[in-house]
Design a protein around this ligand. Structure first.
Ligand code: AFP
Length: 333
């Protein structure tokens, strides 16, 4: 018998059936999101052709140059999600404040956070970029959602995922029941199940970090990286280094091959570069669901209580053994 073809739509519906009390609202949120991802994927793939690359002429709130595709992706997600009646508020890495649902539309019980186009400094070089999202249940009672809805700790996520716009477009997501990957078949416009129940290997022999920051790293991080570069047959060292500079691409490889990705704090940026709400939390939820580990060096990322929407955090994430070893070095091994 031929293999079953499972669309993301079907996967979501089958997941919903396992929860007898489900209203279908949450499934609708995921479905609406996939439409936005298809639209962004189409735009990313033709970016070079239609000359929409280049700076949009302004900076985002972090002082980074904003590319046109960032703006496009940001709007595509907001527009796909503002009217369904399932969300009460959104927040995007590209916008300083929370994004309210327009007054004309009903408000629902879910909260969406997203990084519309992660790794955007790679766009002009045609290097893999991505979208990251996470979904929470609202904590405010009714009406318009609030900042408190958007600044919940990561362990409260009910879903998280990312899309890789690479050699093919892939959507990886979890609803707390394992991690599943879908590949977009552009000829039929459907995400098809390609990687069911992804498990990150317990140990990998790759490390991923921006070593250009080496001189600013704390001693523990420096020692850890030097250790991985030393020769030792028994522990298969030296490890290989891989670093794309798009979190989505680096985490995707980490998930499939097993390794450690680290973006530590350093002398210039004590909290590193990555955003807790838009990058670290969703990736940590996914990594843990795949059997991996994620920490800021002191505590589990998902336990961090946010103090602001755009706060940054150090991140050490990946295979269980590799992250445990790194933590030993951070503690002074
Ligand atoms: P951009 O979206 O500005 O390219 O930033 C991407 C990112 O937030 C994340 O995707 C990368 O892991 C990280 O920055 C790379 O940062 P460095 O350029 O400092 O290595």
């Amino acid at each position: 018998m031929s293999k079953r073809v499972i669309t993301i739509e079907r996967h979501i519906i089958e997941g919903e059936r396992q929860h007898p009390g489900a209203t279908g609202n949450f499934s609708a949120v995921l479905r609406d999101l996939t439409l936005a991802f298809k639209v962004i994927s189409r735009e990313v793939s033709k970016a070079g052709l239609v000359n929409i690359l280049g700076l949009a002429g302004k900076e985002n709130i972090h002082g980074d140059a904003v590319k046109k595709l960032d703006v496009f992706a940001d709007e595509a997600i907001y527009k796909a999600m503002d009217h369904g009646g399932h969300l009460c508020v959104m927040a995007s890495e590209e916008n300083e404040g929370v994004l309210h649902i327009p007054d004309d539309y009903p408000k629902g019980k879910y909260v969406l956070l997203f990084d519309p186009l992660d790794g955007s400094s790679n766009i002009d070089a045609n290097v893999t970029i991505g979208t990251i999202f996470s979904i929470y249940r609202r904590v405010s009672n009714s009406g318009k959602g609030t900042l408190a809805d958007c600044t919940q700790p990561g362990y409260k996520q009910i879903a998280a995922g990312y899309v890789v716009y690479g050699s093919s477009t892939m959507l990886i997501y979890t609803t707390g029941d394992g991690v599943h990957g879908f590949t977009l078949d552009p000829s039929i416009g459907e995400f098809l199940l390609s990687n069911e129940n992804i498990r990150v290997p317990k140990r990998g022999r790759i490390y991923s970090a921006n070593e250009g920051n080496y001189r600013y790293w704390i001693a523990g991080v420096k020692k850890f990286i030097k250790y991985l570069q030393d020769e030792d047959k028994a522990t298969s060292r030296p490890y290989a280094a891989r670093y794309v500079g798009s979190l989505v691409a680096d985490i995707h490889r980490t998930l499939l091959y097993g390794e450690i990705f680290l973006y530590p704090g350093d002398a210039r940026h004590p909290n590193g570069k990555l955003r807790l709400m838009y990058e670290a939390n969703p990736m940590s939820f996914i990594m843990e669901q795949a059997g991996g580990v994620s920490t800021d060096g002191k505590q589990r990322i998902l336990d961090v209580v946010p103090t602001s929407l755009h706060q940054k955090t150090p991140l050490f994430i990946g295979s269980e053994d590799n992250v445990a070893l790194c933590t030993d070095f951070l503690r002074g091994r």
